[in-house]
Design a protein around this ligand. Structure first.
Ligand SMILES: C[S@@+](CC[C@H](N)C(=O)[O-])C[C@H]1O[C@@H](n2cnc3c(N)ncnc32)[C@H](O)[C@@H]1O
Length: 304
């Protein structure tokens, strides 16, 4: 243990996160301790795959909210964030999503944008759960969770913008959280430069000769078009940030609301006075907010 202390202190202060197999092992045992279940659940191969597919960054960012907690991840997708939460010290992880297929060996490699990013890793969600006992995947909707299921923390990573009936989904949160339970999520803002989820998402994607891009680029996606593809019309709720706040505040007290401003590469430098003048219903701040990280606590009165 004394040998690990300097590594732990360095890791706490270092702005990065563990990546090599050595660092992953050290951080796992620092956060999960030296109990039999920690040894039993330690799987270097899966941790390395999660690191390679870039599933550690988000759990690392929210590590102080998940350490020692039972975590449920709504809209986990075909992903490996669960290993990241356990690495950061979560007591257990449950990933829930209608698209989970327990027997499919295909996981999203987040290094690859959008298309052709599902890759086999030699594991299925079921096999991962059998190997790592405190990591569980569930296929389904939140409404299907049993009355008795309760967690300390509900996390969502890039999910809220896809909840087409967001209020109805949030209605279930008090039921599945313990009293004083937390909600932690990252919400990508539709009204940012690349918030439409189409191309161009980044400056490097811009193709001036492509008429399709002109339909969305430089905040053209603020003007409703009934001919937009389903990716916008049926898969994004286009919720405004003040509306999102209202949805959260119904049953939660917001403890942190941390907006991230769009970088140059994310189009942050392309907002002109003319564009702003064309959309008087938006503030400059809202159009330049790429995403928001929200931490909220369940109101006492909302506990069920
Ligand atoms: C952009 S993906 C994010 C996946 C994962 N959280 C990640 O960061 O890699 C959005 C996910 O939300 C899921 N989703 C959409 N509506 C949902 C709902 N009502 N309940 C649970 N998951 C939902 C989708 O199936 C999809 O997997």
């Amino acid at each position: 243990m004394p040998r690990l202390l300097p590594i732990y202190i360095r890791w706490l202060w270092k702005p990065g996160f563990p990546e090599t197999e050595d660092e992953l092992r050290q951080v796992w045992f620092m956060n999960q301790g030296l109990s039999p279940s920690s040894f039993a659940d330690y799987c270097p191969e899966l941790l390395k795959t999660a690191a390679d597919f870039k599933y550690l960054k988000w759990p690392y960012k929210v590590r102080r909210h998940v350490k020692g907690r039972h975590v449920v991840d709504l809209g986990c997708g075909r992903g490996l964030h669960g290993l990241g939460y356990l690495l950061m010290g979560a007591r257990s992880y449950t990933g829930l999503d209608p698209i989970v297929d327990l027997d499919l060996d295909a996981f999203k490699d987040t290094r690859i944008a959008r298309v052709n990013n599902m890759k086999p890793i030699g594991w299925t969600p079921r096999k991962i759960s059998e190997r790592v006992k405190r990591l569980k995947y569930l296929k389904g909707e939140i409404a299907e969770l049993p009355e008795t299921a309760k967690w300390d923390v509900l996390v969502m990573h890039q999910v809220t913008e896809h909840l087409m009936e967001i209020e109805a989904v949030f209605e279930h949160f008090p039921r599945i959280l313990k009293p004083g339970g937390k909600l932690v999520f990252r919400h990508p803002n539709y009204y940012s430069w690349g918030g439409h989820h189409m191309l161009p998402r980044f400056l490097r994607d811009i193709r001036p000769e492509d008429p399709e891009q002109r339909r969305y680029m430089d905040w053209a996606h603020l003007v409703y078009d009934p001919n937009w593809p389903d990716t916008i019309l049926k898969e994004q709720n286009r919720i405004r940030l003040h509306e999102l706040r209202k949805v959260v505040e119904k049953d939660f007290v917001i403890e942190e609301w941390n907006p991230a401003v769009s970088s140059e590469e994310e189009g942050g430098g392309r907002l002109t006075p003319e564009i702003l003048a064309r959309h008087p219903e938006f503030t400059r701040e809202e159009l330049l907010t790429q995403s928001v990280i929200v931490v909220a606590r369940l109101k006492e009165a909302a506990s069920r």
